[in-house]
Design a protein around this ligand. Structure first.
Ligand code: IPE
Ligand code: IPE
Ligand code: MG
Length: 252
């Protein structure tokens, strides 16, 4: 689809997802195809992040959640992990002022205590600086795993029951979700995964229950406005039924 066409679709009132979650995959393969080290792929991926944030804001998306580093990614070679952490720090240092100027509110989710103190401090400062912004909500998942999130929520609830703050009967879907990392954020309407794999890889296991899933072969560093709009077009063609029949949905 041509860019002009997709812009026209959006302008014509095509349903824009309120929350898009992205599994940014394919950096290593992008680098390998160019005989470059893996970290060169991660570096190239930062550019795609910048472009995606801009397009998401432009298209009127309210929440954008990017999977930057999973609980399982700690198992990668130490050199790759260390370079990734340095890259996060560097990107944060470079981009925060620009994000702030563009009214973006930044938030990080994941097992923070696993991160280096310096990165942790930058994250805290970036969240603090942008907390009053009213534009795009940009959520970065670092050291995040869907199972970690659910286990953490279960622990919080168990602690509250043990402390008599809650009873077992108080626990329902809504109460459970309030202990998850994305508390207060609507569930993703659309999940995009680049890099050709069709799996969730322990991303937002709870929150993706009814998300539309879009997989593309494009490697993350090549992701761009055109690819983003292809995902939006895919989303625009879905009928979201949440367990109802198609006829029921059409009736409302
Ligand atoms: C995604 O790209 C980035 C992270 C997981 C940090 P990969 O590094 O997984 O790239 P591939 O899948 O090896 O190509
Ligand atoms: C998922 O990609 C995690 C991120 C994009 C941060 P992986 O490359 O780690 O996923 P698998 O190992 O192929 O499932
Ligand atoms: Mg990968």
């Amino acid at each position: 689809m041509e860019d002009s066409e997709s812009v026209a679709n959006t302008a014509a009132g095509m349903d824009v997802p309120r929350h898009i979650a992205v599994i940014m995959d394919g950096n290593g393969r992008w680098a390998k195809a160019r005989s470059l080290p893996r970290h060169a792929g991660h570096r190239a991926g930062v550019k795609a992040v910048r472009e995606t944030v801009e397009v998401a804001a432009k298209r009127g998306v309210s929440f954008l959640t990017l999977f930057a580093f999973s609980s399982e990614n700690w198992q990668r070679p130490q050199d790759e992990v260390s370079r990734l952490m340095s890259l996060f720090l560097e990107a944060l240092q470079r981009e925060v002022d620009d994000l702030h100027r563009n009214n973006v509110r930044l938030r990080f989710v994941g097992a923070r205590q696993q991160l280096r103190p310096r990165l942790l401090r930058k994250i805290g400062a970036a969240e603090e600086k942008t907390k009053e912004n009213s534009g795009l909500n940009l959520i970065i998942a670092v050291a995040y795993g869907g199972r970690w999130d659910i286990v953490n929520a279960a622990r919080q609830l168990a602690g509250k029951v043990a402390g008599k703050e809650l009873t077992v009967k108080d626990i329902d879907d809504e109460r459970f979700a309030r202990e998850l990392a994305l508390v207060g954020v609507p569930d993703p309407d659309l999940l995009i995964r680049t890099g050709g794999e069709q799996r969730i890889s322990n991303f937002l296991l709870w929150n993706l229950a009814y998300s539309e899933l879009y997989f593309c072969d494009c490697l993350w560093p090549d992701f761009c406005e055109r690819e983003f709009d292809k995902a939006l077009s895919f989303y625009g063609l879905r009928q979201r039924r949440y367990g109802h029949t198609g006829e029921q949905v059409e009736a409302v």
